[in-house]
Design a protein around this ligand. Structure first.
Ligand SMILES: Cc1cc2nc3c(=O)[nH]c(=O)nc-3n(C[C@H](O)[C@H](O)[C@H](O)COP(=O)(O)O)c2cc1C
Length: 209
């Protein structure tokens, strides 16, 4: 798959089933993550792979976190914990800010987000389906501890990985109104339409439901 095809055809998986990614495929994803643009090369990110039985360890941490909240109904707790085991594997993406750096926190977090996208794209390039999802109870002591988070670190989500189930079709991706979100600055200082957008948009693959 060439790079543009990879970008244009990546979709977020609806349901992920076995087989999960191999160790070699995971290693490629993690390596690709570290090529994210990174102001002053701070490496303001960390990644934690969770798969196999370790998913139950993660689910137990989420359960403990949800119970500690107090007053949550049992099905709510079970649903939150079940997110840890709904895919064969996942990679947690941690914004690991460098304190005292002149690089603003938003830029450091942007690098971590770019790393997460690289994981999704490197998965897709290898035929692995992915879904970037929020982490349940990300600020709880229990969930922070299971990922080894320290003071200035924060979970930006996790990327679930596996094989796309054909049981749940991908929804069509709503079209983006490209002229509404793009412009080109002219010499006269006017924001004008970007040329050739329609032709580029036609290369977007939007699977019909
Ligand atoms: C930080 C982050 C967290 C997300 N969390 C969730 C989530 O918890 N549940 C969900 O359904 N989609 C979540 N999404 C959105 C999906 O990953 C996906 O981008 C969206 O459904 C659009 O699908 P597409 O990637 O196929 O265009 C999240 C996206 C980001 C960037």
């Amino acid at each position: 798959m060439d790079a543009l095809a990879c970008l244009m055809t990546r979709r977020t998986a609806t349901r992920l089933v076995e087989p999960g990614p191999t160790s070699e495929q995971l290693a490629v994803m993690l390596t690709a993550a570290t090529t994210a643009p990174d102001h002053k090369m701070l490496r303001p990110w960390r990644f934690v792979v969770v798969r196999g039985e370790a998913r139950t360890t993660l689910a137990n941490a989420i359960t403990a976190a949800a119970e500690a909240v107090g007053g949550l109904a049992e099905p709510v707790i079970r649903k939150a914990a079940g997110k840890a085991t709904r895919s064969p594997a996942l990679i947690a993406v941690i914004a690991s800010r460098v304190p005292g750096s002149k690089v603003p926190r938003a830029e450091q977090d942007a690098s971590a987000a770019a790393a997460a996208q690289n994981i999704c794209l490197a998965a897709h390039a290898q035929g692995v389906a992915s879904a970037w999802k929020s982490v349940p109870l990300p600020d709880s002591d229990e969930v922070r501890a299971v990922f080894g988070l320290t003071g200035g670190e924060e979970l930006l989500g996790w990327v679930e990985l596996g094989t796309l189930s054909d049981a749940v079709p991908l929804p069509p991706r709503p079209r983006v109104d490209l002229p509404a979100v793009t412009a080109e600055l002219t010499t006269a200082g006017v924001l004008a339409p970007v040329p050739a957008l329609a032709a580029a948009a036609a290369t977007l693959v939007t699977p019909a439901g």
